[in-house]
Design a protein. Structure first.
Length: 434
């Protein structure tokens, strides 16, 4: 009896291990699909359709044309919807959904909204912005970028640009960008030190070595690793405009009669189904074993792919609905009503991991009544809005000489969770701007 139980237990453990081995690659694949922009996903779907005959499209050109006619006058839509005109039609479709904003445009717009900052600093900041590459990095030293500016003004201007959205631009490389982003966010203790001194060891998963060097636990090292995964090492790439390549928003959020509505951009992504003929063959008892295995494998692969696309869509829908609730004032009244919000807080709201939110934020775009934005724009918690609030608290309580912890507590009363050490970093930024 005991031998039978032991055998059953071993079989159960083997099944669990096998399930775990299968699940991990699927989850990795799901994360890859979630991170894909619309055009990249469409290419992935096209490749899948080419390699798997069990997959079929369900939305025909006629359906797409019907959808377009609801949104555009007929005179604006090409009428020769045939195979030869497909490319022209697709370009038209993309143009109706696409608006571009360069990294420089995005940063300069924010610089124009700065208040109570010396014009000499913003002037230098504008020059620095114009010198950023597609990654958001400054390829030449500050002094070479603006030879006439003094060192103090250069440092203040660079710090100003670094804290704009996306955070971590106007630096020399990805490592410095990660360090800047960590300094502006509520990062775990020792995060900046791991980035600047132990990033290679972290990539090699040498957690014990890092823990011993910094006199912390391996669990803390893993927490630092998980936080770093939420950062974007190349913040400018989300705004890079590649010639002849359009950026299509994943969804549109618009106000109608005081109510907000969200539309997923489904037009550019074909809907899929299992081929009826393959489904019939898969269920047929008459097919030979080899053919049946081929058909069954293709049907299973197609079902898995469709399920992943459904999960992707469900996650994006959930994110869009949640961002409407979190940033309702922005969508109704405009950019100056953007509220503090961290990716960590947002992850808790939609009940996903921070890394999932990071994948959404760094690769998705939203069309709004106020313009075209990267999803990361809606997480400004460590940006201008919080900085202005801290400035206001300090100014209002000048005579009290508030401690960092007192400021942290006052921020919490306003619904902003910020650690004492992060408040200290912001006070340093404020002092640089004075």
């Amino acid at each position: 009896m005991q031998a039978v139980q032991a055998t059953n237990l071993a079989m159960g453990q083997n099944q669990n291990m096998t399930l775990g081995m299968k699940l991990a690659p699927q989850m990795r694949l799901m994360m890859r699909y979630l991170a894909m922009p619309v055009l990249e996903l469409r290419d992935e779907i096209k490749n899948k359709l080419d390699e798997n005959p069990a997959l079929e499209e369900t939305n025909s050109p006629e359906i797409l044309l019907s959808s377009l006619e609801e949104k555009h006058p007929k005179d604006d839509i090409p009428t020769d919807w045939d195979e030869e005109g497909a490319d022209r039609k697709q370009k038209f479709l993309e143009n109706t959904l696409t608006q571009k904003e360069s990294l420089q445009d995005h940063l300069l717009m924010q610089l124009g909204m700065q208040k109570n900052i010396d014009k000499a600093i913003t002037d230098v900041a504008e020059i620095l912005v114009q010198n950023l590459n597609n990654d958001g990095f400054l390829e030449l030293p500050l002094k070479e970028a603006v030879p006439d500016a003094d060192d103090e003004t250069l440092q203040k201007a660079a710090s100003l640009v670094q804290m704009l959205d996306p955070q971590g631009t106007c630096v020399a490389d990805y490592k410095e960008s990660l360090a800047v982003q960590a300094s502006l966010q509520d990062a775990p203790e020792n995060t900046e030190k791991v980035i600047t001194e132990h990033l290679e060891e972290l990539e090699k998963e040498q957690y014990k070595k890092i823990a011993n060097t910094l006199h912390i636990t391996e669990k803390e090292v893993v927490e630092i690793r998980d936080f770093i995964k939420t950062l974007n090492p190349f913040p400018g790439r989300a705004y890079a405009i590649v010639p002849d390549q359009s950026v299509i928003p994943s969804f549109t959020i618009t106000a109608k009669n005081g109510e907000l509505e969200v539309y997923m951009n489904d037009l550019a992504v074909p809907e899929l189904q299992i081929s009826p003929s393959f489904k019939e063959l898969d269920e047929s008892p008459d097919a030979d074993a080899e053919s049946k295995k081929f058909v069954h494998d293709k049907v299973q692969d197609a079902q898995s792919f469709i399920s992943m696309l459904d999960m992707r869509k469900e996650t994006l829908n959930k994110a869009a609905e949640a961002i409407i609730k979190c940033q309702k004032e922005f969508f109704l009244k405009g950019p100056k009503y953007l509220k503090p919000l961290t990716q960590r807080e947002f992850a808790k709201i939609i009940k996903v991991s921070e890394s999932t939110v990071s994948r959404i934020a760094n690769s998705k775009y939203v069309q709004t009544d106020w313009g075209f934005y990267s999803f990361s724009y809606f997480f400004p918690s460590q940006g201008e809005s919080v900085l202005e609030i801290i400035k206001e608290i300090i100014e209002t309580n000048k005579e009290k000489h508030l401690s960092d912890q007192q400021i942290s507590d006052m921020l919490k009363e306003r619904g902003i969770n910020m650690a004492r050490r992060t408040v200290s970093k912001y006070k340093s930024l404020i002092r640089r701007q004075v």
